[in-house]
Design a binder for this molecule. Structure first.
Ligand code: NAD
Length: 249
């Protein structure tokens, strides 16, 4: 039987690259995104690899949308084996005391509440099945402090707490929950962020020991490894994939 994955933020960047990589392993995918255009494009890319895929439109910051993407996946595919809990946005790059409350609510709503709602509903299905693997997307900003990203960093540190504590409660029920902490990676999100803050791109590249940004395909490879049975005894880990960036800070 083919395995089934839900990928949030599946319409672009890390989510899209992971959908394609998992499809190469024969995994069927529920592509969840707020963008219909991106989500539908990913569905076509997955089908081109010979796996099945559906697009489910959702705003992950709304609990009812999250419950719906979980229910729709179960009713279409019958199960959820893998969950890449990945949708997220960056901040404005402003210093914290210059940011307004709307920005705090928006980033926390998508990056942290969205991830919590996702695990809340998906893990319920996995616990009943007695198995399932989850990868939550944190960030290098989830393992170190940096300026200009206070709100984003708070949400990504939260993702790591969610990851570790889920393991404390549900590893005994067959769940594996890990997090990835990518450094700056060439996706739409980062291209837009650096367009608005060009000096930060130069700083980032010069601060990375490998002197380049990561690629979505490199991250997809890690997520695929963590989700599939090759990583059966890895649980509660935060794996950094950042060209050495956070090791030399
Ligand atoms: P991206 O912008 O290429 O993709 C993000 C996707 O999420 C988009 O398709 C977007 O439409 C979707 N999305 C945004 N808000 C949503 C919402 N409310 N509901 C549903 N979908 C929504 O960005 P990416 O770089 O692939 O980012 C994916 C994740 O990786 C994010 O959580 C981000 O914080 C994290 N991350 C990215 C980097 C990086 O450098 N690219 C580094 C560390 C962590």
């Amino acid at each position: 039987m083919s395995k089934v994955a839900i990928i949030t933020g599946g319409g672009s960047g890390l989510g899209q690259a992971t959908a394609v990589r998992l499809a190469e392993e024969g995994v069927n995918i529920s592509v969840v995104d707020i963008s219909e255009e991106g989500g539908n494009r990913t569905v076509e890319m997955v089908k081109d690899k010979g796996a099945d895929a559906i697009f489910i439109k959702a705003d992950v910051s709304k609990n009812e949308d999250v419950k719906n993407y979980v229910d729709e996946t179960v009713s279409h595919f019958g199960t959820i084996d893998y969950f890449f809990n990945n949708a997220g946005i960056s901040g404005s790059g402003k210093y914290f005391l210059d940011s307004d409350i709307d920005e705090i609510e928006k980033i926390v709503g998508i990056n942290l509440l969205g991830a919590l709602y996702g695990v809340r509903h998906v893990a319920e299905v996995m616990k009943k099945q007695g198995s399932g693997a989850i990868v939550n997307t944190a960030s290098s900003a989830g393992v170190i402090g940096q300026d200009s990203v206070v709100i984003y960093s708070a949400t990504k540190h939260g993702i790591i707490g969610l990851t570790k504590s889920m393991v404390a409660e549900y590893a005994k029920d067959g769940l594996r929950v890990n997090a990835i902490a990518p450094g700056p990676t060439e996706t739409e999100m980062v291209r837009n962020f650096y367009k608005d803050n060009p000096e930060m791109k130069e700083n980032a590249e010069s601060g990375i020991p490998q002197k380049r940004l990561g690629t979505p395909e490199e991250v997809a490879e890690l997520v695929t490894f963590l989700l599939t049975s090759k990583a059966e005894y890895i649980n509660g880990e935060v794996i950094r994939i950042d060209g050495g960036f956070t090791n030399v800070k």
